[in-house]
Design a protein around this ligand. Structure first.
Ligand code: FAD
Ligand code: SF4
Ligand code: SF4
Length: 423
């Protein structure tokens, strides 16, 4: 329908970061007719949610939502996706930006059928970052089974011998080692940054022993252990000896709400630990689960109901105390923990098979600031300055958030970007 007020479609929008927020902003803008450039630094879209087994509170796999988004993306000619790409510079003013983008070579073209023959013959192995180093992957690899695009990548760490082998193994002429890095400019009227978050580096929380004791893992590592495409094919086992854990503790606010680390509440880690209790319960009906917390934050009716359901499990124990010290029991690999009761100040001591640190979210921009005229808060989240206009942030680039909130905010920023083009 055309109305008197509708203006012709003009200008383009760039979205930087192809996680769930970036996908949402890109799709919402493209589906009303705008041209969108979606820039993703990894080889695949999807972001952090591709590493999760289930979403709270519904406990459905992220695959469903991602598949719907990928279908919308394939059906929409207005979106141009650039993977392995990063923004080098943003110059200009609202309605008229020049963005310099650098793209790294994938060494694989669109002939790839994902047959996997290159992976079979490749001998170079690299620590698998997708699984937080809990296993290794080949240098010829598909990032994960939910990868979009479904296309292999040849890691630049691959040596000459392996390069020859993979090229010979590929029957589709899909591998091309002459591909080179390229830098190019794109003209856009607005840019939405959806660069998301990184798990807070748990090795920095010295008193919680991560990296010193094998059976202390992070919440994101637990997501990968519980996922069927993870390093243990979904089995939650102790890293030190593959034993089925009988007692598992969670240390909430590991690095969050702490002036020495992340001063803010990361919003999702209480719900994530409650969700993790469901993963453990599904595999170990008798396991004892201890959640050490300062206060449990489960905002809203759905999240409160999720918490209430967990409380019905008589083997899930909620302990109001902050884990302050850890050590390893000699000979067993078990973890001794000491927590401070936040009300009485008394010490609680316990030995468990495994400890999970509920680490929080740090904005990617705290580590890697984009070269653009953006305003950041003290923690590195991008502040949306609507008076300035033109450059916006959505999802966890803007604040710690769950998927629903990220998507709402990403939809709002698609509208802000569109408004910039129509002024
Ligand atoms: C342990 C844990 C469990 C969780 N479980 C749930 C859950 O069950 N339900 C729920 O609702 N939420 C959950 N969350 C929160 C959820 O992960 C976030 O809400 C979601 O990832 C936010 O998506 P995003 O797109 O904003 O960021 P991200 O997922 O971080 O995506 C950002 C994207 O931007 C890319 N990028 C970064 N920098 C650049 C750059 N410079 N240039 C180009 N691309 C870049 C990244 O590679 C990535 O693809 C959980 C979080 C944690 C820590
Ligand atoms: S690059 Fe070639 S061998 Fe490797 S998965 Fe793709 S088509 Fe198969
Ligand atoms: S969500 Fe829970 S665990 Fe995470 S920082 Fe906030 S209170 Fe702590």
């Amino acid at each position: 329908m055309t109305t008197e007020n509708s203006a012709p479609v003009s200008g383009s929008i760039m979205v930087v970061g192809g996680g769930i927020s970036g996908l949402t902003t890109a799709l919402e803008a493209a589906e009303v007719g705008y041209e969108v450039f979606l820039i993703e630094k990894e080889a695949s879209l999807g972001g952090r949610v591709t590493q999760l087994k289930h979403y709270f509170p519904k406990l459905c796999p992220p695959t469903c939502g991602l598949e719907i988004n990928y279908r919308r993306l394939k059906d929409n000619k207005n979106i141009k996706v650039y993977t392995l790409s990063e923004v080098q510079n943003v110059d200009g003013k609202p309605g008229d930006y020049t963005v310099t983008v650098k793209t790294a070579p994938r060494y694989v073209n669109s002939n790839c059928t994902c047959c996997g023959e290159c992976e079979k013959v490749c001998e170079t192995e690299i620590s698998n970052e997708f699984n937080f180093g809990m296993d290794r992957r080949k240098a010829a690899y598909l990032p994960h089974n939910m990868a979009f695009p479904q296309r292999y990548v040849m890691d630049s760490a691959m040596g000459k011998e392996d390069r020859d082998k993979v090229k010979e193994a590929c029957k589709y002429d899909a591998i091309d080692f002459t591909m080179e890095e390229s830098t190019f400019d794109l003209k856009v009227g607005a840019v939405v940054f959806t660069t998301g978050w990184q798990p807070y580096d748990a090795t920095r929380i010295d008193n919680l022993g991560f990296g010193r004791y094998q059976n202390i893992i992070t919440n994101m590592m637990l997501e990968r252990l519980a996922s069927s495409n993870g390093p243990t094919e979904g089995k939650i086992i102790r890293p030190s000896d593959d034993k089925a854990p009988e007692t598992i503790a969670f240390a909430q606010c590991a690095g969050s709400r702490d002036e020495n680390h992340l001063p803010y509440c990361s919003y999702i880690c209480c719900l994530a630990s409650l969700k993790h209790a469901t993963y453990i319960r599904a595999q170990y009906p008798d396991a004892k689960i201890y959640i050490y917390y300062i206060d449990l934050r489960t905002p809203g009716r759905k999240y409160e109901n999720f918490y209430a359901k967990l409380k019905e499990d008589e083997n899930v124990f909620f302990v109001k105390g902050k884990v302050a010290e850890v050590s390893e029991e000699s000979g067993t690999g078990n973890i001794n923990l000491v927590a401070e009761d936040t009300i009485s100040g008394e010490k609680i001591r316990q030995t468990v098979d495994m400890l999970v640190l509920a680490t929080g979210m740090q904005p990617t921009c705290a580590i890697d600031k984009p070269a653009a005229d953006l305003t950041f808060d003290d923690e590195g989240f991008i502040i949306n300055d609507f008076s300035k206009g033109g450059l916006f942030a959505a999802g966890c680039a803007n604040k710690p958030a769950d998927v629903v909130t990220s998507n709402q905010n990403a939809t709002g920023m698609a509208l802000k970007a569109i408004q910039t083009l129509r002024r």
